[in-house]
Design a protein around this ligand. Structure first.
Ligand SMILES: [Zn+2]
Length: 301
């Protein structure tokens, strides 16, 4: 039976308006909707007076202007970045230029090459955090404190930010309510992603605020459903290999029934991510490099 993911897509907001979502947390959604961004990038503002911004967003002047206008009379003191995709980090430069606030992130974009055709929004090769943040590091401001949670998988440099004493986790693109996450090798890594889902199950956060779409109010159920979904997909790929379906395209055809054609390439990358993981575990192998065009075979179950 297919795993049911309890997707959440009810999302009330107004573009260009900094709105309160819960006391002490505001959000402004950038007007960059798309197949990987849902309605757009949700930039969060935490605190009052002296505030932290999480995921300043895409390089979109109107978005940065609206954010700064919404914060007139207040000061941005910290710019936190969950990861270096172009819908998350590029606006950090403009926000920093306007405010002088330092940027916090795990590190620069890794994997792949600058200018390479990208699935999803592509990497932001220009972002370099002023302050490098590791798993467990604390980021402290007046009235708020974050713990960084390194959650590689979607990208190798992905961080979630837990707001202390609130049960709130800003989950970036690691766990979203509206969709599964794209795991696209080489920077996307299925084994790391699964471990990062397990890592969240061990935590006690009670609500996730992802960068795209609405909050997730039953986060553990959601994470468990994602884990089950990926295991089911892996079983489907193994079943393909058993029946002689040995190429990524044919697996996508078999496994993704009714797929939006815009998402074919992303689906192919996801299947590849599973095959790389299966190869790493000695379950599958390819005729050469582990690429989207290679021919795969099963070594064992
Ligand atoms: Zn992303």
């Amino acid at each position: 039976m297919a795993v049911e993911i309890p997707f959440r897509r009810d999302f009330a907001f107004e573009y260009g308006k900094l709105e309160s979502v819960v006391p002490g947390i505001r959000r402004i959604v950038a007007n960059n909707p798309g197949p990987f961004t849902f309605r757009g990038t949700g930039t969060y503002v935490v605190g009052e007076g002296e505030v932290a911004v999480i995921d300043p967003g895409p390089d979109l002047e109107e978005h940065v202007d609206a954010l700064l206008k919404g914060l007139e009379g207040e000061h941005i003191t910290h710019i936190l970045v969950t990861h270096t995709h172009r819908d998350h980090s590029p606006a950090a430069a403009a926000v920093k230029a306007a405010t002088g606030a330092p940027t916090y992130g795990f590190g620069p974009h890794a994997g792949g090459k600058r200018g390479e055709a990208a699935v999803e929004e592509g990497g932001d090769w220009d972002f370099m955090p002023d302050i490098t943040v590791k798993d467990g590091d604390e980021i402290v401001g007046p009235g708020w404190r974050f713990e960084a949670v390194h959650t590689p998988g979607h990208t190798s440099n992905h961080l979630c930010f837990a707001l202390s004493d609130s049960g709130i986790l800003f989950s970036g693109d690691h766990v979203m309510g509206w969709s599964t996450s794209v795991i696209a090798p080489p920077d996307g890594d299925m084994a790391a992603y699964m471990a990062s889902l397990d890592k969240l199950l061990e935590r006690r956060d009670s609500i996730y605020w992802p960068t795209h779409g609405p909050a997730i109010t039953e986060p553990k159920d959601h994470v468990r459903a994602f884990i089950a979904h990926r295991r089911e997909r892996e079983s489907g790929i193994i079943a393909c290999l058993e029946t002689g379906i040995s190429q990524v395209d044919a697996m996508v055809e078999r496994l993704y029934v009714g797929l939006n054609p815009n998402l074919r390439r992303a689906a192919g990358r996801s299947v590849l991510a599973h095959l790389v993981d299966l190869a790493g575990r000695g379950i599958a192998a390819s005729d050469g490099a582990l690429t989207v065009d290679a021919t795969y075979r099963l070594l064992r179950r």
